[in-house]
Design a protein around this ligand. Structure first.
Ligand code: HEC
Ligand code: HEC
Ligand code: HEC
Ligand code: HEC
Ligand code: HEC
Length: 183
């Protein structure tokens, strides 16, 4: 819906304002956490790492092609670079401190489906769906935020487009095989 609206109003030249308005309204209406963008314990920037320095998503989120969770990288992995790079920065000092004290860094979780639903990264990543199709332009985010609504409707919209779920008007089979995504 946002997509169609933006094309329409984009053509009229007032797209940007209405797109922002529309997206905010949509997020509120759905009562979900789309747009959630919490402060993190370390000022970690995807723009710096994945954007400017072109570090591959999978270098840090190596779980994504292997299993259910993409995972957050262990603190030790940061030191592959930061034992040298910017080692005198106060933000980097927090990394060393966490390791010395054996305290895991308490990253605040952003994306989270309810317990009764099941999502597996490897099923998607190995089928060629890009991280950005679901997580948006991560390589330009200074602070991570939830890009997609992560609702059932959002899952099904893409599955329908791929021919993985029956079309919207076949209500008896609203989402295809429920057990694929529900326990
Ligand atoms: C240098 C390591 C590194 C690279 C490269 C990296 N990430 Fe991350 N990613 C992290 C860390 C650390 C966090 C937790 C802090 C935060 O949310 O910013 C994170 C968080 C995330 C989250 C949110 C997790 C949650 O809590 O829901 C997503 C989504 C994500 N990354 C996707 C990507 C994508 C897509 C790319 C490539 C474009 C990428 N990351 C590249 C280290 C990395
Ligand atoms: C088809 C959509 C989709 C794709 C493609 C996708 N993700 Fe996710 N991602 C999700 C959903 C949904 C969640 C929440 C999962 C949950 O709560 O179980 C999530 C959660 C995450 C998290 C939080 C930690 C975790 O593993 O649950 C990270 C980090 C992440 N994704 C990174 C990535 C990276 C990196 C890629 C590409 C290699 C990627 N994702 C591809 C939908 C996707
Ligand atoms: C593959 C190399 C690599 C890895 C792994 C890596 N970084 Fe970085 N990081 C960089 C580079 C390059 C910069 C930019 C340095 C510059 O601005 O000169 C950077 C910058 C930073 C900065 C900004 C520091 C400042 O004061 O400007 C922080 C904070 C940071 N990284 C945190 C992390 C954390 C946390 C991890 C682990 C989850 C991590 N990095 C993993 C390469 C890496
Ligand atoms: C492609 C994956 C997928 C399929 C197939 C699917 N669901 Fe869901 N469903 C989800 C996800 C993810 C959520 C949690 C997010 C949300 O509440 O929208 C959810 C939420 C729900 C909820 C919670 C109520 C709500 O709307 O908030 C119900 C009830 C539900 N699904 C029933 C079903 C039934 C019945 C089927 C089969 C006809 C089905 N689902 C098929 C992914 C799926
Ligand atoms: C951007 C598109 C896209 C989104 C969004 C998406 N999926 Fe998928 N999903 C796919 C593709 C493509 C496949 C097919 C993989 C294959 O062909 O092996 C797939 C496969 C699956 C499968 C394997 C079973 C099957 O139907 O073949 C499950 C389960 C699944 N997705 C759950 C989810 C859930 C749950 C969500 C939402 C939280 C979701 N997907 C969101 C594209 C998507």
């Amino acid at each position: 819906m946002i997509f169609n609206r933006s094309i329409l109003f984009g053509a009229l030249g007032i797209g940007a304002v209405l797109l922002v308005f529309g997206a905010a309204k949509e997020a509120r209406q759905m009562g979900n956490t789309q747009g959630y963008e919490p402060d993190q314990p370390i000022n970690f920037s995807h723009k710096v790492h994945a954007g400017e320095n072109k570090i591959s998503c999978r270098y840090c989120h190596y779980g994504a092609e292997r299993g259910r969770h993409a995972g957050i990288p262990p603190t030790q992995l940061c030191l592959n670079c930061h034992s040298e790079i910017k080692k005198d920065s106060p933000e980097i000092a927090k990394i060393k401190e966490a390791l010395d004290n054996k305290d895991p860094i308490e990253w605040i979780r952003i994306h989270q489906l309810p317990d009764f639903s099941y999502f597996n990264h490897s099923q998607h990543v190995t089928a060629g769906v890009s991280c950005q199709q679901c997580h948006g332009p991560v390589e330009s985010m200074t602070r991570m935020r939830q890009h997609a609504p992560l609702t059932m409707g959002w899952c099904l919209e893409c599955h329908r487009a791929q021919g993985l779920a029956p079309p919207h008007d076949q209500r008896t089979m609203a989402g295809g095989d429920c057990n694929k995504c529900h326990y």
